[in-house]
Design a protein around this ligand. Structure first.
Ligand SMILES: Cc1cc2nc3c(=O)[nH]c(=O)nc-3n(C[C@H](O)[C@H](O)[C@H](O)COP(=O)(O)O)c2cc1C
Length: 269
């Protein structure tokens, strides 16, 4: 290959950033080929149009031109790769996992989801406007039937048809028991705008409780619930009530990260 062949190869392969024999002054991110004192020189420029890396010297014009084209192809591949990485990063930034968690179990699920899906992660307290996100996954702890932070978060959503919405609750009640999940969903219906409730996909995860870590308000609430539940006749104790009685004043952890698989699958759809 000779210097006069370069233009054709550059045109055919749509190679960018070529500077042949100083036809123009140096620009940022160029590959340069020149001849000085009988030697051929090939090198790259950086973002300030200064020489970067090593200068390759050649006696033969053919070898210099081959090296020049090789460097231009490499540059083209790098630009394409950077574009793919940028697009992927932007795509992931458009998806968010928001959590509402008081003692950390809902956050544990949200952290794991964010890691596995590569989505952004924010607490409902700091998320702000959610309208710019494409996929919104809300992971919220259940407190007296309410999903922590969920109502506040979805209140500002303008057009829910533009988003994929997944809501996962985290509670002590066993989510494999349909009576429990029906109860939870009935409560959620009252906390969400109708269109959000209709559009959302729901999942129910099991959390845990450590009574020694509960704040005064929650300890008092649980004490009241426990006393009330204990007086119920046996046939009126739901699975949820029984679970609460059994775990009262204890430390239990039902967190099962493998139960996130179903949510990850739903994100792929
Ligand atoms: C005051 C109080 C009320 C609760 N209410 C419910 C409830 O209605 N349904 C339920 O399944 N779990 C309930 N729980 C259990 C929590 O949802 C569970 O501990 C959850 O894992 C807490 O999540 P967090 O650690 O992210 O705050 C309650 C816990 C407390 C302390």
């Amino acid at each position: 290959m000779l210097i006069q062949d370069l233009e054709n190869v550059i045109k055919e392969e749509n190679l960018k950033g070529a500077n042949i024999c100083n036809a123009t002054s140096l620009h940022p991110h160029e590959v340069v080929i020149t001849q000085e004192e009988g030697k051929w020189k090939v090198y790259n420029t950086d973002e300030r149009a200064s020489l970067i890396g090593v200068v390759c010297y050649f006696d033969s014009e053919d070898e210099a031109c081959e090296d020049f084209i090789k460097k231009l192809r490499l540059r083209k591949r790098q630009v394409e790769l950077e574009k793919v990485i940028w697009e992927e990063r932007t795509r992931k930034l458009q998806n968010i996992i928001i959590y509402g968690s008081q003692y950390g179990t809902a956050k544990k699920y949200a952290d794991e989801l964010a890691n596995r899906l590569g989505f952004g992660l924010k607490s409902y307290e700091s998320v702000g406007d959610i309208n710019s996100y494409k996929t919104i996954i809300y992971v919220g702890a259940l407190y007296a039937g309410g999903v922590l932070g969920m109502k506040k978060t979805f209140k500002s959503l303008k057009d829910c048809m533009r988003h994929k919405i997944i809501i996962a609750t985290v509670g002590l009640a066993d989510p494999t028991d349909k009576t429990n999940t029906d109860n939870i969903k009935r409560g959620m219906k009252k906390q969400l705008p109708v269109d959000v409730f209709d559009k959302a996909e729901f999942f129910h995860l099991r959390g845990g409780i450590d009574y020694s870590k509960l704040g005064f308000k929650h300890k008092t609430m649980m004490g009241m619930l426990y006393r009330k539940a204990s007086t119920l006749p046996e046939d009126r104790k739901t699975a949820e009530v029984k679970a609460m009685i059994e775990t009262y004043n204890k430390q239990v952890d039902f967190v099962d990260l493998s139960s996130l698989e179903a949510i990850i699958e739903a994100c792929k759809e």
